[in-house]
Every structure is written in structure tokens, then in C-alpha cells.
Design a protein around this ligand. Structure first.
Ligand code: MG
Length: 397
């Protein structure tokens, strides 16, 4: 099984790493862990969408041989700030994919959204160890991605905290003993808000996540619980269990990051304080362990762990995602694209919070079902779904 086949890394030679999306939330936390373990890692490539300033700072510190900026506008500024450095600079989405093709043993795939598809697949295609922090890749192109991983013997390490937790307690050698997966959800900032208050929620309130420090898009996804919906689909592809064997439980303390239930009644959980640097360090050092500065659980301070069922009335996104997973084909692509557009519209103040899920449902109803065969098909469906969602927003809200 490809998931289990990572070679043991030599302690002496630094592991060569490339970070796709190095200026984002997961990317910069990966940089933080590498900075603390400088002699064990050599950064060979970095990419960013448009954060020229941060990319330049990282490039000066780690001196990769190649960096790529997805949006070409910042090229001159980047070039100027790195004059005198022996670093190859390229721009555009092809350049980002090229960064993934350069020979680094380990690749962090942390580009947010569908833009991460091509570069992530490029890393998989050359059999790299890929730390997967882009859930949209698996949601939109899960079958293509997993087939390619098996074909190339690439190693996939899930970074998403829930899937990383499951990965750590999943018995890959005895899958028949596994009864179900239990994904935990914090419930987000609106867990105990009523529907009316949720309808009035501002972008700032939606982005203020109680436990996790994350990017804006994923924080809103957490508030709608679409994040958990995407994660159910992600888990389906990563671990090969059917939709009805992937449960979701709301656990507001975010101490248990997820669980695997076995047929004998055992439940194995992975726990820790909510800090993405733990799953990042796990995947960075895999199969070894790396020390992190993350806060440790304080067993004397931790009074209660609570659990509750998600409320399908206030959080319809979870139901939508399950329907989409059962429908397959273009449905997950449409859901993901419509959600991205709806969230962007919400963050810009054009639609209300409850209209995010309504927009996604409308887009799914309207879009004719199709079956993508290639990554190009996925991209085409994705862009058509985005256009359609813009129309949905313009027409209905
Ligand atoms: Mg997660």
C-alpha cells in the first residue's frame, strides 16, 4: 500500500523538500518547523500565489534553487528583492507545477483550492512523498489522484488534522478489523448560535475560529461545517471506507482530532492541542518523529471532553456533502467550486452567511451531471461550475 511505503530517511543527509503554497497558513507553519530543524531539511523549491514580500523573505532565508509565483504581476518586485541571489524565479501556474516536478524527495502540497490540483498531481506523478494539505484535490479528483498514487508508488501523508489523526491509528495491514472512522468537528464559531443570528453573521465573526488558527476560506468552511463535509469526502478517498462508515461528531474542545473504531469495540483516538504544526511535523519527519514547540495537553487542567451530534438544520453543508459523495462524478467538483465562489462572495459582503449553503445547493441542482475522465475534465467542470455559481449569486441573491 502506497500510504505505508515511505522509505526510512537517512539521518545524515538532509531531506530535500519543496513547499507548494509556502506563504499560506500551512505553508508558513511548515517553514516554522523546518526553521527549528535546519540541519535536517534542505528547501529546494517554494511557491506562492501573490505574496511577493513573504516569498522573498523565505527565499532569502532558505535559498531554494527555484521559486514560482502564480500571479505574474509581482514578478519584477520579486526579481528586484532577490537580485544578487542565485535563485531561479518563474511565474504563472505552469511554473508552480514545475516547482512540484523539481526533484525534492518530499513535497508539501498546501495550495488552497482547485489551483492546487495540477502541481499536486505533478508531485505524485514523479513518485514523491506528498504531504497533502489540499483537501480540494481529493474532493475534486480523488479517484484520479489515488489511482496515480498507486501507479507511481508515491507516498501520501494526510496533513489535515483529522486525517492525520486517522492515519496515525489506522491499521493498514488489517483493514478488515476496521468498523468505521469518526471525524471530530469543533462545530465552529456558530455551534450554539440560532439560525437568525447565523443569518446576520459577519465575515469577521465567521473567520474567528475558536480553536484553530487557519486561513479565511477554511475558517468560513468550518463555520458552515462544509469543511467537515469536504473532509468526509477526503476520508472516503484516503482510507477507502464507504460514506456510511464515516461518522462525524462535534467535539468543541478539539482535543481528539479523530478516531478509528474497530470491530471488537476498540476505539483508537489521536489527541493533542489544536496546532497544525503537529500533523505537519508528523508528515515532515515520517516515519520518524520530530520535536515541536506545540503546547502539550495538560491532563490536570483538562476538565471535560464533550461530544454532540451535528445539527443538520443549521448546518446543511454536511448533508449536501454526503449526497454529493454518493452521487459522485461531477457533483463533488461542482460543490467545491460553488462553495469557493459562495465563500468569496460572503467574505466580500455580497451574500449572507446562510446563503453560502443555499448557493451551493442551487448550483448543484442546476448543473447537469457528468463524469470526468481526466484532470482536464476536472478543470473544465470546475471552471464551468464557477461561472454557473456567479450566475446563481447574481440571479438569486
Ligand atoms: Mg481538518
Amino acid at each position: 500500500m502506497a500510504l505505508m511505503s515511505a522509505k526510512k530517511s537517512e539521518v545524515s543527509a538532509p531531506r530535500q523538500v519543496a513547499i507548494l503554497g509556502s506563504t499560506g497558513s500551512v505553508g508558513s507553519q511548515t517553514i516554522d518547523i523546518i526553521r527549528r530543524n535546519r540541519n535536517q531539511y534542505e528547501v529546494t523549491a517554494l511557491t506562492a500565489r501573490r505574496n511577493v514580500e513573504e516569498l522573498a523573505v523565505q527565499a532569502k532565508e532558505f535559498k531554494p534553487s527555484f521559486i514560482a509565483l502564480a500571479e505574474p504581476d509581482g514578478y519584477q518586485e520579486l526579481k528586484n528583492s532577490l537580485s544578487g541571489y542565485d535563485i531561479e524565479i518563474a511565474v504563472g501556474s505552469e511554473a508552480v507545477a514545475e516547482a512540484a516536478q523539481r526533484p525534492a524527495e518530499w513535497v508539501m502540497a498546501a495550495i488552497v483550492g482547485a489551483a492546487g490540483l495540477k502541481p499536486t498531481l505533478a508531485a505524485v506523478e514523479r513518485g514523491a512523498i506528498v504531504a497533502f494539505a489540499n483537501k480540494e484535490c481529493l474532493v475534486c479528483a480523488g479517484e484520479l489522484m489515488m489511482n496515480e498514487i498507486k501507479r507511481q508508488g508515491a507516498t501520501l501523508l494526510p496533513v489535515d488534522s483529522e486525517h492525520n489523526a486517522i492515519f496515525q491509528v489506522f491499521d493498514f495491514e488489517r483493514r478488515e478489523g476496521i468498523e468505521k472512522l469518526i471525524l471530530t468537528a469543533s462545530g465552529g464559531p456558530f455551534r450554539d448560535w440560532d439560525t437568525q443570528a447565523m443569518g446576520q453573521a459577519s465575515p469577521a465573526q465567521a473567520v474567528a475560529h475558536p480553536n484553530w488558527d487557519m486561513g479565511a476560506k477554511i475558517s468560513v468552511d468550518s463555520a458552515t461545517m462544509m469543511n467537515k463535509g469536504l473532509e468526509v469526502i477526503e476520508a472516503y478517498h484516503l482510507f477507502g471506507l464507504p460514506e456510511d462508515k464515516i461518522d462525524v461528531v462535534v467535539h468543541p474542545q478539539s482535543v481528539i482530532h479523530s478516531m478509528v473504531a474497530y470491530i471488537d469495540g476498540s476505539v483508537l483516538a489521536q489527541m493533542g492541542t489544536p496546532d497544525m504544526r503537529t500533523p505537519i511535523a508528523y508528515s515532515l519527519a515520517y516515519p520518524e518523529r520530530l520535536e515541536t514547540p506545540c503546547d502539550r495537553l495538560d491532563w490536570n487542567e483538562m476538565k471535560t471532553l464533550t461530544f454532540e451530534a451535528p445539527d443538520p438544520g443549521r448546518f446543511p453543508a454536511l448533508r449536501i456533502a454526503r449526497e454529493v459523495l454518493r452521487a459522485g462524478g461531477s457533483a463533488p467538483i461542482v460543490m467545491n467550486a460553488a462553495n469557493e465562489i459562495a465563500v468569496a462572495n460572503f467574505l466580500d459582503g455580497r451574500i449572507g452567511f446562510l446563503q453560502i449553503a443555499a448557493t451551493v445547493e442551487k448550483a448543484l441542482e442546476t448543473f447537469p451531471h457528468r463524469q470526468p475522465e481526466t484532470l482536464d475534465d476536472v478543470h473544465l467542470l470546475d471552471s464551468e461550475a464557477r461561472t454557473l455559481t456567479h450566475d446563481v449569486v447574481a440571479t438569486h441573491f
